[in-house]
Ligand binder design. Structure first.
Ligand code: WT7
Length: 655
């Protein structure tokens, strides 16, 4: 395969006269204004992108040292109104979702009008079950239309949705129901992925047994599994929405701009998952604007963001961003390999998708299965390809550009995070040459700073790596961790007073392009999914023969990073493949398949400081097979442990 060009600039001509933001000068004008006149700029955008029931008294208040941020104080709006009601009337026959089932024989179209109808009825059901403004509702559904319906119904009545990825197991679900103190769970009997059925309701049963406060479980009949419902707490979706007492219209609840819209749990480097809180005002504005500009989406175009709605990408670019802009998008229940590795491209051809957004790990997987899978389909509708979740390597860039992109689609490499709500650093089509592997320039309002970890000063030279911080608030940022503001402040604002810590490192080259070099905390990025070591460790030690474990990320060809577990067994246990398999099964059922360790290494002991802290950086190097430069090992309480670990590591095949 050819190497990618150092600079790709054909899109400057291809998007000429088309792009919303044309040319570097226009971008620079807008960007400068967004930084110098923060309030004026965002007030203008807020009027442009959203309908407000009442405008704000002031645009921005913040105190980064305390981790406090408030946008559009005094303003009132509703997310569901902005996604649906305001598109009614002319043009509401437009398709909101082309839904494509796991089984290619199943598909369905839902117009804006139909979505509006379903959201209203489901909002009525939630109300009839006593769900009120501010209550949390856990949504544990596969990629079916009912997932956005449930989210928007919550938003309509001011309830706070908390979507849990349907690929997560019962333990994860339990933790999230507990932490969010949700009393309502919306789920399905099962989900169909890659031809097999996952029994979601069984996971909910396990979870609800341990969450006595849950008083309502609404079950959508997706797979015809017909689980017995208890009838008091558990109700069928289809029966509930058909009740004559359920109204066709539920008035959208007036929400303050800073009222929470949703909670989304994400992994941090230590401890339990963090329930990040996103708001009605700022988040929606940022979702609408980044969707519109980063993908340069036009009203007649069809968009497809492949990541599951259970992740932030699905929230922002699968639900809120497209709907706020009144756009048509694809919602796909299945996986890229089923029935065959051409599935994505057959869907692109079927719906004439114009802009497509996925993760590099998917591209690497598909590239392994030949070009035929792409070329046998007509992908000529594609004009732009987005990338998210991980750095995109040159081979993946080139394959993506040449095959699905037919050598004419620019690749928009968007860097952002669950915390940021939307794109932070990204190329914009038609603005400037793209450098493959770089996420280019900051989005409007984003003021990145690189800090030298040794000196604590701002990085001075081009191409010098630094920890990536953000200097100013942007509307899409998370406001707090659910009922734990102190943890939020400490995680993001305590490293460097006055700056927001992203957890990533980056370089800025001589032309001002940013290059993300990876996490500098202990968060592991598996196939663009974020995992915290502590969560996997907690699952491993549930095994009766495990006394201790330490989990780190290591370089993995397809996934970016894989999970590598060091496990100490109780004295007398045999280090057998049987236990290894039990451990893998344990992680898969407790957390979910994405947390499956790629390698498990038996460790007679873990390297710790005298005060008992596990030296993870050292373990990361051992897991990577990188034994030179292990750093200062004199601080370890039992140095012989390292030799043992290295010896064991050499016998393991991990790549
Ligand atoms: C972490 C955030 C952004 C939504 C999906 C993941 C890594 C994300 C890129 C990119 C290099 C990237 C970072 C970031 N990341 N996008 N384009 N290039 N790295 O959201 O689960 O919150 O993970 O993903 O390390 O901090 P998330």
């Amino acid at each position: 395969m050819d190497k990618p060009p150092e600079r790709y600039d054909a899109h400057l001509t291809d998007f000429k006269g088309i792009a919303y933001i044309e040319g570097i000068d226009r971008y620079q004008d807008l960007y400068t204004r967004s930084i110098e006149d923060v309030e004026g700029f965002w007030a203008e955008q807020a009027r442009e992108y959203l309908s407000w029931e009442k405008e704000w008294d002031s645009v921005l208040h913040y105190d980064f040292e305390a981790g406090n941020v408030e946008w559009f104080r005094g303003a009132v709006l509703n997310a569901s109104f902005n996604c649906l009601d305001r598109h009614l009337g002319k043009g509401d026959n437009r398709v909101a979702y082309y839904w494509e089932g796991d089984d290619p024989a199943e598909s369905r179209q839902v117009t804006f009008r139909e979505l509006y109808r379903q959201v209203n009825r489901f909002a009525g059901v939630l109300k009839s079950r006593g769900v009120r403004k501010g209550d949390r509702v856990v949504i544990y559904l596969p990629m079916i239309v009912e997932l956005p319906v449930a989210m928007l119904a919550c938003a309509r009545i001011g309830a706070v949705h908390c979507v849990v990825f349907s690929g997560f197991g019962s333990e994860y679900l339990t933790d999230r129901i507990r932490d969010s103190r949700a009393r309502t769970v919306v789920t399905a009997d099962g989900s169909s992925r890659g031809g097999s059925i996952i029994r979601l309701k069984e996971n909910v049963d396990h979870a609800v047994q341990r969450c006595p406060d849950v008083d309502t479980v609404i079950v959508f009949d997706r797979c015809g599994l017909k689980p017995a419902l208890d009838g008091r707490r558990e109700i069928w979706w289809h029966e509930a929405v058909a009740q004559p007492s359920i109204p066709d219209h539920v008035a959208p609840e007036p929400m303050e701009a800073e009222d929470p819209l949703f909670l989304l749990y994400t992994s941090s480097s230590t401890g339990r998952p963090l329930g990040l809180v996103h708001t009605h005002g700022g988040y929606l504005l940022y979702a609408a604007m980044t969707t519109h500009l980063s993908f340069d989406l036009k009203p007649h175009e069809t968009f497809w963001s492949t990541p599951d709605v259970g992740w932030i990408t699905g929230h922002t670019y699968g639900v809120y961003g497209p709907l706020l802009n009144g756009l048509t998008s694809v919602l796909f229940e299945g996986v890229p390999r089923y029935p065959d590795f051409d599935r994505y491209w057959s869907i692109v051809a079927k719906y004439r998708v114009n802009k497509f957004y996925t993760a590099p790990t998917v591209i690497r997987l598909l590239a392994q299965h030949g070009t035929e899978n792409v070329t046998k389909h007509d992908t000529s509708s594609l004009k732009l390809l987005g990338s998210v979740g991980q750095p995109i390597d040159p081979e993946a860039w080139m394959w993506y550009h040449q095959y699905p992109g037919r050598g004419v689609c620019p690749i928009i490499d968007t860097w952002w995070q669950t915390e940021s709500g939307g794109h932070m650093i990204t190329p914009l089509p038609g603005v400037a040459a793209i450098k493959p592997g770089s996420c280019s320039f900051p989005f409007m309002g984003v003021d990145p700073v690189l800090i030298d970890p040794d000196t604590g000063d701002e990085v001075r030279f081009p191409n010098q790596e630094g920890a990536l911080f953000i200097r100013k608030p942007w509307p899409g940022m998370a406001r707090t961790a659910f009922e734990d503001h102190e943890r939020f402040r400490e995680t993001y604002f305590a490293r460097f007073p006055g700056l927001f810590f992203t957890g990533d490192a980056a370089k800025r080259d001589e032309d001002g392009y940013y290059w993300i070099t990876g996490r500098i905390d202990e968060v592991i990025n598996v196939s663009g999914y974020r995992m915290g070591p502590a969560e996997v460790e907690a699952a491993l030690v549930l095994h009766p023969q495990v006394t201790e474990s330490a989990v780190v990320g290591f370089p993995h060809r397809l996934k970016g990073q894989g999970i590598y577990a060091f496990v100490t067994l109780a004295a007398g246990s045999s280090k057998s493949d049987k236990i290894r398999k039990e451990l893998i099964d344990l992680v898969r059922t407790k957390i979910g398949p994405i947390a499956t360790p790629e390698a498990i290494q038996w460790a007679d002991g873990l390297p710790k400081t005298r005060s008992g802290k596990v030296l993870r950086q050292l373990l990361q190097k051992i897991a990577a097979g990188n034994f030179d430069n292990l750093g200062d090992t004199s601080i370890i309480s039992e140095p012989a442990i390292i030799e043992n670990l290295i010896r064991e590591r050499m016998g393991i095949d991990a790549s």
